[in-house]
Design a protein. Structure first.
Length: 237
C-alpha cells in the first residue's frame, strides 16, 4: 500500500507546488476573476475509473493478506487466553508437561530464556510442535508488547512484571514476532521473522546448539529471575 500511496502523495504535492508557482498573482497584476471553466466528461470519467481501480486493488490486497494471515495462524491454533501478570518475586511454575519460555523485551529486540535448559538465552525462538508452552513475558527497560500473531498470542512486556500465557503449536512452520507497543525511535524495526515450529528432535538439536553458542555470553548475563527491573540512571560523577 505504501508503494501506491507514495506516487499519489508525490503527484499531489508536485501539482500543488506547480500551481502555486506558475499561476500565482504577479506584482502589479490586477485582481480579476478568471474565465469560467466547465467540467469535462472525459476527465471526470477517467478520474472515477482510476479511483475505482485503486480502491479495488487495495481491497484485494487487504483481503489476500487477511486470508493468508488467518491460514498461517493455524500454527498456534490452540493458543489459550493470556494469563494475568504477576509482580516480581512470583516463582515461575515448574510443570512437567509445559515448556517454559521467558520472553525478555528491550530496546529494540526480544530474547528468550529457557529455564528448563540451564537458563540459556537465545536471540530467536524455536518451539517443538505439539508441546504446550508457558510463556513468561517481561521487559528490561520500558513497556513493550510481544505479539506472535501466528501463535495466537500477545502480551504486554512490563519491567518487574511476569506476564504469563499459554500456547500449543499444532504444526511445523514459521511465525513472526513483532512489538505492538510504541517503544521509541526503532519500534518499527523490533520484529523477528525467524521464529519456527519444528519437530521434537529438531528442537533438541537446536537448543543444544544454542547452549554451545551462548555458553560464554551467558556467563555475563544477570542471574535468571521471573522478571527484571531497569538499571537506575546515574547522573554526574
Amino acid at each position: 500500500m505504501t508503494a501506491l500511496a507514495i506516487p499519489v502523495f508525490t503527484g499531489v504535492v508536485v501539482l500543488v507546488l506547480y500551481s502555486a508557482i506558475f499561476f500565482r498573482r504577479r506584482a502589479g497584476e490586477p485582481l480579476y476573476d478568471g474565465p469560467p471553466v466547465y467540467g469535462g466528461a472525459r476527465l471526470q470519467l477517467t478520474w472515477i475509473v482510476v479511483s475505482f481501480v485503486l480502491v479495488l486493488v487495495l481491497a484485494l490486497l487487504g483481503i489476500t493478506t487477511l486470508v493468508s494471515s488467518q491460514a498461517a495462524q493455524a500454527v498456534g491454533a490452540s493458543g489459550r487466553a493470556i494469563g494475568s501478570g504477576s509482580e516480581t518475586g512470583s516463582p515461575i511454575k515448574e510443570t512437567n508437561n509445559e515448556l517454559q519460555v521467558q520472553v525478555i523485551a528491550q530496546q529494540w529486540y526480544f530474547t528468550y530464556r529457557f529455564p528448563d535448559y540451564g537458563g540459556v538465552e537465545t536471540t530467536h525462538l524455536e518451539l517443538p510442535v505439539g508441546v504446550p508452552v508457558e510463556f513468561h513475558v517481561t521487559s528490561l527497560d520500558i513497556i513493550h508488547s510481544w505479539w506472535a500473531y501466528e501463535l495466537g498470542v500477545k502480551a504486554d512486556a512490563n519491567p518487574g512484571v511476569d506476564n504469563q500465557f499459554h500456547a500449543t503449536p499444532q504444526r511445523t512452520g514459521s511465525f513472526t514476532v513483532r512489538c505492538a507497543e510504541l517503544c521509541g525511535i526503532w519500534h518499527g524495526e523490533m520484529a523477528d521473522t525467524e521464529g519456527r515450529v519444528v519437530s521434537g528432535s529438531d528442537f533438541n538439536s537446536w537448543i543444544k546448539q544454542q547452549q554451545a553458542t551462548f555458553a560464554e555470553i551467558g556467563k555475563s548475563l544477570p542471574s535468571y529471575a521471573p522478571s527484571y527491573f531497569p538499571e537506575p540512571l546515574t547522573k554526574g560523577t
